[in-house]
Each structure stands twice: as C-alpha cells, then as structure tokens.
Design a protein around this ligand. Structure first.
Ligand SMILES: [Zn+2]
Length: 306
C-alpha cells in the first residue's frame, strides 16, 4: 500500500493537472508532517486516476509535498514543527533569519504557492493530515467562514478553534490573507481507511470548487457515500475549549486506549506526567490524544456547538 518506497522519489510537486480551461486553483498540501504518508499516497492516487480518466476540468489541481526532509526520514519534523511556524511576522517581509530545515521548506512552499496565486488568486488551499490515535476523519477549520460550502460538501465533523490554541498553522496563514483554506485530518497514520477517506475528501473539494462537469456526477456521488457515513454519529460542529500543552521534559504519557472523539467526563484520568495524573477539566470530546514522541499538544477537549 505504501507507494513511498524510497524517499528519493518524493518530488516537490506531487501532481499537477489542468486541461486548459479556466476555473479555481485547488492547491493540496500533503506530508507537512513527514510521518504522515497516507495523505501523500491519497494524492498520488487522485493524480493516477486523473491521468487515467483524463476528465476535462475547469481550473487546476496541484499538489505540493510538505516537509520533504522529514518525509525522507519518516519523522514528524527534523528541527521544528512545519505546521506551527506560519504566524511568524517575518514570513512575508523576506527576513529568513532562522535557517532551520523547516524554515527552508516553508520558504519553498510559500514561494511555490505565491507563484501559483500570481497567475490566478481564485484558489482553495487544503492541508492534509493524519493522527497518532485511531480517529474518524474531521476538519480542523480555524475560523474560516469562506470554507463553509466545502464543509457541507465533505460533511465530516468540523472542529473550530476560536481561541486559537493551535498557533502557526499553514491554513491560518492563508485564511488570514483572505484565502479559502482548511485542513483535513483523515484518520490514524498509515491506515487504509485514512488514505481512502482523504482521497474522497480531495475529490469532493475539487467538485465543490466547480472543477468537474456533470459526466463526473456518479463518481463524485460515490465519494460522498464513503465520507458521509460519519454525520449521523458525530456532531457536525465542535469547538476547542481546552489544550493540554506538553513541555519536552514533562515525561507526558497519554493513558492507553483513547481514540479521537471519545466522549469524556470532567475528572476522567487521561494521562500522566512527572507531576502526576492528568484529569480532564471538562466534559466533552477528547481530540488528538498524543501517542507519538514528537509534539507539543498532549490532547484537546472540544464541545459540540450549534
Ligand atoms: Zn499532521
């Protein structure tokens, strides 16, 4: 299943498809975290089908590899998290003071995206991820109202972050600069379900962007059937009300067995660190419990909103 047999094959542009007709640019980022291969494989599968079926599309879909050095190593990041450094005010003034590997990757991505947007600013930018715990797919949305039609099309739970617990995410940077941009969390790292669900989300995003004509309706309907299975069981919209921050020397350890979107009660024992047990301060839904070594977010708690 893993098409990324060797790292040397990771090209900065994972795929680029257009058929000469104007329309929206759909820009798809995959592998911003280098241990998340399912998004990259999903993208490669989308382009394999596009090149096979050769539909005439209105616009362009282009996919960029996120953190290439980290993808080569199969790690989340090399020096710093590439999805936590997009709130740097130096980003647009060209002052690249800090030469970490991730800053160089950020510059490559930003330069490429700006060159695409220079041609046509009508774009939707999506950023694909997977999680270290078992999970249903969901959309971390920031607070971007422009993306509402896409949320309805993809129809998996949307997690808003009005207090901006998650800082420096790529999607926030583009949202703040006026673009339609959201992330898509497909499920647990390196699972077939995650890859399939991410692939469906890419097709539905392209369809909502108006890229396809009616002769693609049946195909798109099948993608909807795949993803819309979650909408009865889980809230449509949630918001993050708590973040448990982790310091490198905390010895944080999530208790075993939690899944993304587990319902939890106030006082439930969730994790431990060198200070002792960590109890849930709220009732709600547990989000993104940390089951990997790298990362500064132990877990989040969200509540359902109307
Ligand atoms: Zn990720």
């Amino acid at each position: 299943m893993n098409q990324l047999q060797t790292s040397s094959h990771i090209h900065p542009v994972l795929g680029d498809y257009y058929s000469g007709k104007t329309g929206k640019n759909v820009i798809v980022i995959a592998g911003l975290h280098g241990n998340e291969y399912s998004p990259v494989n999903a993208v490669l599968e989308v382009f394999r089908k596009l090149n096979d079926l050769k539909p005439e599309i209105n616009g362009r879909v282009i996919s960029l590899a996120g953190n290439i050095p980290a993808l080569r190593e199969g790690v989340r990041y090399i020096e710093e998290d590439l999805n936590r450094i997009w709130d740097d005010p130096d980003l647009l003034n060209g002052n690249w003071h800090n030469g970490t590997i991730e800053r160089q990757e950020q510059k490559r991505l930003l330069d490429t995206i700006i060159s695409i947007l220079d041609i046509d600013r009508d774009a939707v930018i999506i950023d694909l991820h997977t999680s270290s715990s078992p999970s249903i797919p969901f959309i971390p949305a920031g607070d971007n109202r422009l993306a509402e039609p896409y949320f309805r099309a993809v129809k998996v739970p949307v997690v808003r972050d009005p207090r901006r617990y998650l800082k420096g995410m790529l999607i926030q940077f583009f949202q703040d600069n006026g673009f339609t941009s959201f992330a898509y969390e497909g499920g647990e790292h390196s699972t077939k379900n995650a890859q399939d669900d991410i692939e469906a989300a890419i097709w539905l995003t392209m369809a909502e962007a108006g890229l396809f004509n009616e002769n693609f309706d049946n195909f798109i309907f099948k993608q909807k059937e795949k993803l819309h299975r979650f909408s009865d069981e889980y809230p449509a919209v949630l918001e993050i009300i708590h973040r448990h921050a982790v310091q490198p020397d905390d010895e944080f350890k999530m208790n075993k067995g939690f899944k993304n979107f587990d319902r939890i009660e106030q006082g439930d024992e969730l994790a431990s660190d060198r200070h002792g047990f960590i109890l849930s301060p709220y009732q709600g839904y547990l989000l993104m419990p940390l089951y990997q070594n790298q990362g500064e977010d132990g877990f989040f708690i969200a509540r359902e909103i109307d």
